[in-house]
Design a protein around this ligand. Structure first.
Ligand SMILES: *[C@@H]1O[C@H](CO)[C@@H](O)[C@H](O)[C@H]1NC(C)=O
Ligand SMILES: *[C@@H]1O[C@H](CO)[C@@H](O)[C@H](O)[C@H]1NC(C)=O
Ligand SMILES: CC(=O)N[C@H]1CO[C@H](CO)[C@@H](O)[C@@H]1O
Ligand SMILES: [Zn+2]
Length: 463
């Protein structure tokens, strides 16, 4: 550029206007410091400000329940895919619930592919409890924090995948394996119309996926968190029966008294688990959690409840999360013997989210799983620290992929960030977001360059 300037504009007085133009162009180019492609002078797609505005663009699409705008989200993602030159298709397993699938073809398409999954839906908001409107994606200039529903869960990850690929493409990198990106609906209400149907589909089988990356959690300290499994959720309803009686009478074995004995016992168990977490002996995902979510009893009257009557039935409902390392039968025994014993005239109903296969529900997190090791190395190569392997406390779409016997790792590159998933004022700092893009760049590069494959599997795949 300097050469051109010297050659063409040696006579500054005569060519004042062109000089000004060239100086402006030179400034534009040097200010971004990342592109010397003279054909893209109009908009610098790689400037940090542009990268952040693309993230903000995704965040301002309201994909919250009860009416997530899936169509707008799909159109946005497709426009991004076009600008990065990725193949794209939209699939509606259920009408109005768009799933966008992008593909970056690899040089050896017979090798198992890489799937980068993210969900496009977000949980509802109470806008008046936010400091900034939750779909404005406001960037606080003093802190660099971007406030928006979905900034952590998990529109950040979806866009970071795309930005990382944009950078890799610009650097001339070509993947060996096929790299797929799925933007799925429905995760926050169970994923049945999204990732579950996707994982069961022919489209998915044909993709020959070998590893899935899905969401993780932010870490308040400098360690990035990696998840190899998640807890199974159950709902438990216990019912107590007993003789009804006058509200003034003291007697044994009323339904309420029988139910309360159970609630006390459940609370002692809850404390024992919570104490392990508080003492730092177990991570949140490694204990069984149980929380009471409803209580139902009483004899209705026009003004509320009859106050002078002890009812003959009472029930309570609980949300239970069991780590894959726990013995599920011991919980059932505990329920039958302590929490809802028939000897105390109680019944129970335990509904477990169904596991559809006998595949292990854990992804290996040692050297037997090269994907785990590659991810760790990639994070470290970007000067990130990795925390110890964890079990995801609630459920994610990753379970549908693990149920097919695939390794799936939960990872969202957010360190030094408070966990505000589903909370008011959810935010992500712009620097943390930019750092995450570089981390994914390093992960995707490592994954897409990984050329190993067991010999006999290769010949099978080639048949
Ligand atoms: C500039 O372009 C050349 C050749 O296309 C490339 O090798 C180099 O990495 C580019 N530099 C930057 C800073 O993008
Ligand atoms: C259970 O119900 C039976 C029959 O109503 C009653 O005789 C017994 O006392 C009850 N036992 C308890 C522990 O509530
Ligand atoms: C809840 C559940 O399905 N747990 C299983 C997860 O996998 C381990 C090891 O294969 C089993 O022991 C658990 O029962
Ligand atoms: Zn999520």
């Amino acid at each position: 550029m300097m050469m051109r300037r010297c050659k063409l504009y040696y006579s500054p007085i005569q060519y004042l206007l062109p000089i000004l133009l060239v100086v402006t162009v030179v400034e534009l180019l040097t200010s971004c410091g990342c592109s010397n492609d003279s054909s893209s002078l109009e908009v610098d797609v790689d400037a940090p400000g542009t990268i952040i505005s693309r993230f903000q663009g995704y965040l301002t699409i309201n994909t919250a329940y009860p009416n997530p705008n899936y169509l707008e989200a799909a159109n946005f993602i497709i426009s991004q895919a076009k600008s990065v030159s990725l193949d794209f298709q939209t699939i509606e397993f259920v009408n109005g619930k768009h799933l966008v699938l992008l593909k970056w073809p690899g040089k050896k398409p017979y090798l198992p592919s890489i799937l980068l999954n993210s969900h496009t839906d977000v949980v509802p908001v109470e806008p008046h409890k936010w400091s900034h409107p939750p779909f404005d994606a406001h960037l606080d200039p003093s802190t660099g924090n971007i406030y928006a529903r979905g900034s952590q869960d998990m529109k950040c990850v979806g866009m970071q995948y795309l930005e990382a690929i944009r950078k890799l493409k610009a650097s001339g990198f070509q993947p060996i394996r096929n790299v797929y990106l799925s933007f799925v609906p429905d995760e926050e209400i169970g994923g049945h119309d999204g990732a579950e149907k996707f994982a069961d589909s022919d489209v998915f089988s044909k993709m020959n996926v070998g590893i899935v990356l899905d969401e993780g959690l932010p870490s308040p300290d400098e360690n990035y968190r990696m998840f190899y499994a998640e807890r199974t959720s159950c709902s438990l309803i216990i019912k107590a029966f007993g003789a009804p009686g006058h509200g003034a009478k003291l007697y044994d074995n009323s339904a309420m008294e029988n139910l309360f004995k159970s609630i006390e016992s459940i609370r002692r168990f809850r404390d024992s688990q919570f104490d392990l977490v508080k003492a730092g002996l177990r991570a949140e995902g490694e204990v069984t959690s149980i929380n009471m979510v409803f209580l139902k009893a009483g004899t209705p009257s026009p003004s509320g409840f009859a106050m002078n009557l002890q009812p003959s039935e009472a029930q309570a409902g609980f949300d239970i999360r069991i780590p894959p390392t726990a013995d599920p039968e011991s919980l059932e025994r505990r329920i039958a013997e302590e929490w809802a014993p028939s000897s105390r005239n109680m019944t129970f109903q335990l509904v477990r989210s169904k596991k559809k296969s006998e595949y292990p529900n854990l992804t290996a997190f040692d050297s037997s799983n090269p994907w785990w090791m590659l991810l760790q190395e990639a994070v470290r190569s970007e000067n990130g620290e990795v925390g110890k392997p964890e079990i995801f406390p609630p459920a994610t779409d990753a379970r549908y992929f693990r149920e097919r016997g695939l390794p799936a790792i939960g990872f969202s590159p957010m360190s030094k960030t408070p966990n505000l998933l589903h909370d008011h004022d959810e935010f992500l700092n712009q620097n943390e977001y930019m750092k995450g893009i570089n981390i994914y760049k390093s992960i995707i590069k490592a994954y897409a360059s990984f050329d190993e494959y067991p010999r006999d599997d290769v010949s099978r795949a080639e048949l």
